[in-house]
Design a protein around this ligand. Structure first.
Ligand code: ADP
Ligand code: MG
Ligand code: MG
Length: 879
């Protein structure tokens, strides 16, 4: 027969799937000799059995449970439901993963009108006995009969008011007996059922209520948010009660072996005297700091310290411990690995290495990369945040928190910033013309666009908070209003954004700056030793690059030249270049642009200081640069001395039905070779200039959107000729590479041919994802959420690489590329270069580097180190 019930001394910490986290750790603590009140665990398998049989607890499981209850009676020398010395128990839920406060626990079970007198006899303490009874009736009513707990709280408060008491502890035994009667009446009036006097009925109903609590809505939501499997089920722990509510030498509390917010190696915690269960967290009375216990009960304090030290050494991590003191005797009721801030996580891991308890690799593996964002950006003040309601939720496009006043176009945002205000730029979507407004704002909010929309990409590059695709708000840019179902905001109103969660809040929320300090640098030096992947930065300006280098970037993986084109002083020349109808006209514009680009590149080469710099030649659809409004067209016509009608016509001619699939990328160079030639010249001439300044330079010239070997062959020949001419003229030869961005499925499949012409491949996984799925990356948010809900896709493929489809294409390209060109350098420059799961995938493929936006570099470095440590460990298991 299957075993469904385990006494605490039969389990261990490894059995958390079967016994739940709480049960497994209670078993572990029992076995290492800690003072844990005896008890047993009904397994998660029993929960599944219960759910598989229409919520009926099988006779076999019940009988097995009864056997363990009898053992418990022998262990404690008390009898369940007894009228002289009753055994009281707690019924505690406990899933394989901690779901704090999500499920239910009942204390003091086994009390009824008779056994409460037995308890009074045995303890000689009427007050605490009736206190236990009223607590039990309250918890049982809440958990089992769904009587709202505020009804009980209200009755309690009324009674205190009647007697002019301020504290629960002032209630006398007689008061409590009165309260118990009121509670019993509540059972009848609210649930129509009497409080059950039979302890076995109480027990059965409580066990099934805990099983049922697995399915309660708040638990289900919590599981969804934390990606916890719905099938796991919860265990039920039955444990003999100890009493913290028996006077001033008793109490209950919570302790952390180290400070969970700073990581400091100092015992930390709170307790309440004469209290039970969750009184500490309920905020009814203000708890005492744990250090007071040292003064009032020094022996108990010392015991608690010993327990903490032992548990930490045993689990080799910071522990969160729940304890109760009964008449000067300490009991441990729970231990688990404590939740902590990102800063504390790093400090604790590094300290444990210093203390000789952990290896450097283990310390790295402990770091939760999803927490690291916390460290690099400011966040909202916790208390103020709790007092605010969120207005809407969009995509968490670029992390960090910001609070400021809203403006509906770039110019207004710039003006506001110049007045010293904190501006939030609110747009339906941003376009390159908004760059300055974006740069001057503290945050960006868009109603449309996805994780790789213009707003998202640019904001991430700037390390600026951005919530994109927030379609619960309607923005009227001309009327300058922002509307939700319930609110209308206008220019200058305050809004707060959390770019890490996508949440939008009404009004101002104070920010707390986060600062990387403590042991971060030390941990990162271990990360560098462990990782194999090089981590580069996507940087379009010397500024971005500086931030990247500060965070440890080892080169530039993607410098997008078009972002340089959008700057105010040069957009006119760019437009002139595009609308040029003759080669002569175009060459004039290009000559201007070349000088500007040379200065841009020189700035980047200087900061790169010898690190490789991958520069992508002009990529986007040309129409993105064109003037859109009549006003803009008239202005440009004036600047270029062209008739307005003619310009309008030209702009219309250049329009495309499907620009994403249109005249962009290397297709531009096939029709207008002079554009890429100009860029290659600008790159090499500035490289020579920097070289002459005594700074090493290594440019990589990247041709985007290649789909065939012939394209790259033709373009490479032209670029090489132009570069050779410069070398001859300057009497100098510098090393450089020419390669391709791999972002079209056909390029992956014909990568063996392309690799004969390319010196490197850089996987542009944004476009590759877009083209593999046929999902427009700017519109996919309109349906991707449904794909995730219906489990068609486990994740947003623009956030984490789709290993099965897009990943297979990348794998093909890697294999084919190496076949014909073993020296081929390969890396990733898409957004996926900063996503931990994707980084693990790229590591396994044996790519040389990943590249990501500046603020994601620490995350990418840690993920790269974790990937290589994991691989080494798996290899060890294999041999
Ligand atoms: P949660 O999972 O919500 O933390 P627990 O099962 O840990 O719920 O129970 C909450 C609190 O109830 C514990 O921290 C402890 O103070 C109290 N408690 C639980 N079981 C017992 C017991 N056997 N004796 C005394 N107090 C208990
Ligand atoms: Mg709780
Ligand atoms: Mg607990």
């Amino acid at each position: 027969m299957r075993k469904f019930v385990y006494h605490f001394n039969e389990g261990s910490k490894e059995m958390k799937y079967l016994l739940g986290g709480k049960g497994a750790n209670l078993a572990e603590m029992t076995n290492i000799g800690l003072p844990v009140p005896p008890g047993f665990t009904i397994t998660t398998e029993a929960c599944k059995d219960y759910n598989d049989h229409n919520q009926i607890l099988s006779d076999d499981i019940y009988a097995e449970m009864m056997t363990h209850l009898q053992i418990l009676e022998q262990e404690t020398g008390k009898k369940f439901g007894d009228a002289t010395n009753p055994l009281l128990i707690s019924v505690r839920s406990g899933a394989p993963f901690s779901m704090p406060g999500m499920m239910d626990t009942i204390l003091n079970l086994g009390l009824n009108d008779l056994s409460v007198q037995g308890l009074e006899n045995a303890t000689n303490d009427a007050r605490s006995s009736y206190d236990c009874y009223r607590r039990f009736i309250q918890m049982f009513g809440d958990v089992v009969y769904n009587i709202p707990s505020y009804r009980f709280e209200q009755a309690l408060t009324d009674l205190k008011n009647e007697n002019d008491y301020t504290l629960d502890t002032q209630l006398t035994a007689t008061d409590l007996q009165k309260l118990i009667n009121t509670y019993k009446d509540l059972y009848i009036s609210v649930s129509g059922r009497e409080f059950p006097q039979n302890p076995f009925e109480q027990l059965r109903l409580s066990i099934t209520a805990v099983f049922d609590s697995w399915e309660n809505p708040r638990a289900a939501i919590y599981r969804r948010l934390h990606h916890i499997d719905n099938q796991l089920g919860t265990a039920v722990n039955i444990q003999s009660m100890v009493f913290g509510n028996t006077g001033e030498s008793s109490g209950t509390g919570i302790a952390f072996t180290r400070n969970p917010s700073t990581g400091e190696n100092l015992f930390f915690g709170e307790y309440l005297l004469n209290a039970q269960g969750e009184d500490v967290v309920a905020g009814i009375r203000t708890p005492e700091p744990i250090s007071h216990l040292e003064d009032t009960m020094p022996e108990v304090y010392q015991k608690l310290l010993d327990v903490a030290a032992l548990l930490e050494l045993h689990y080799l991590d910071m522990q969160d411990i729940e304890f109760t003191i009964e008449k000067g005797e300490l009991f441990v009721l729970q231990t688990r690995t404590g939740k902590r801030t990102a800063q504390a996580a790093i400090n604790i891991a590094v300290d444990l290495v210093h203390e000789g308890k952990l290896s450097k690799e283990d310390a790295i593996m402990r770091i939760d990369t999803s927490q690291i964002d916390q460290l690099l950006h400011p966040s909202f003040d916790e208390a103020s945040l709790k007092a605010t309601t969120s207005l809407a939720t969009g995509l968490p496009a670029s992390p960090g928190a910001a609070t400021g006043q809203i403006y509906f176009n770039a110019e207004d945002a710039v003006l506001a910033a110049e007045r010293g205000e904190k501006a939030i730029l609110v747009r339906n979507e941003t376009s390159p013309e908004d760059i300055e407004g974006m740069a001057k704002s503290v945050a960006i909010l868009t109603a449309h666009g996805g994780m790789t929309s213009h707003a998202a990409v640019v904001a991430r590059g700037m390390g600026k908070c951005c919530v994109a695709g927030c379609d619960a708000i309607a923005i009227d840019e001309s009327q300058k209003t922002l509307q939700t179902a319930t609110f209308t905001l206008t220019e200058g109103d305050f809004l707060s954004l959390n770019g890490s969660t996508g949440k939008v809040y009404l009004g101002q929320i104070p920010l707390v700056e986060s600062e990387i300090g403590g042991h971060f640098e030390e941990l990162m030096s271990w990360v560098n030793e462990a990782k194999k992947l090089v981590v580069r930065v996507n940087a379009d300006s010397p500024n971005d690059l500086e931030v990247g280098v500060h965070f440890g970037a080892e080169g530039v993986g993607l410098c997008r030249t078009e972002h340089m084109f959008f700057q105010d002083d040069r957009i006119t020349y760019v437009r002139q270049m595009i609308i040029a109808e003759t080669l002569e006209e175009r060459l004039i514009a290009l000559a201007h642009l070349k000088e500007m680009q040379k200065a841009d590149f020189a700035g980047i080469f200087r900061v790169a200081n010898g690190k490789p710099v991958n520069i992508r030649l002009l990529d986007p659809p040309l129409h993105e640069f064109l003037p859109k409004t009549t006003q803009d067209i008239e202005k440009l016509a004036g600047e270029l001395g062209k008739p307005v009608v003619e310009l309008k016509q030209r702009v219309q001619d250049l329009g495309e039905t499907n620009p994403m699939l249109g005249h962009r990328g290397c297709r531009l160079a096939i029709t207008f070779p002079e554009i890429y030639i100009m860029q290659a010249e600008a790159i090499m001439e500035s490289a020579i200039q920097i070289h002459d300044e005594g700074i090493a330079v290594f440019p990589e010239i990247m041709v985007p959107l290649v789909s065939s070997k012939e394209e790259i062959a033709i373009i490479k020949k032209q670029l090489k000729e132009a570069i050779q001419t410069i070398f001859r003229r300057e009497q100098l030869v510098l090393p450089f590479d020419i390669g391709t961005m791999i972002e079209i499925p056909r390029a992956c499949v014909t990568a063996d041919e392309i690799a004969e012409e390319a010196q490197f491949f850089s996987f542009g996984t944004n476009d590759l994802t877009q083209l593999t799925f046929g999902f427009s990356r700017d519109d996919a948010n309109k349906f991707l959420y449904a794909y995730q809900e219906q489990k068609i896709l486990p994740i947003d493929p623009f956030q984490s690489i789709d290993q099965k489809g897009v990943g297979a294409l990348v794998t093909t390209a890697v294999q084919r590329g190496r076949m014909t060109n073993p020296a081929l350098k390969m890396g990733v420059c898409g957004e996926h270069g900063g996503d931990p799961a994707s980084i693990h995938f790229f590591h396994k493929l044996g790519l040389q580097y990943v590249s990501c936006s500046p603020y994601r570099i620490p995350i990418a470095r840690i993920a790269a180190a974790q990937a290589s440590i994991l691989e080494e460990r798996q290899e060890k298991v294999m041999v």
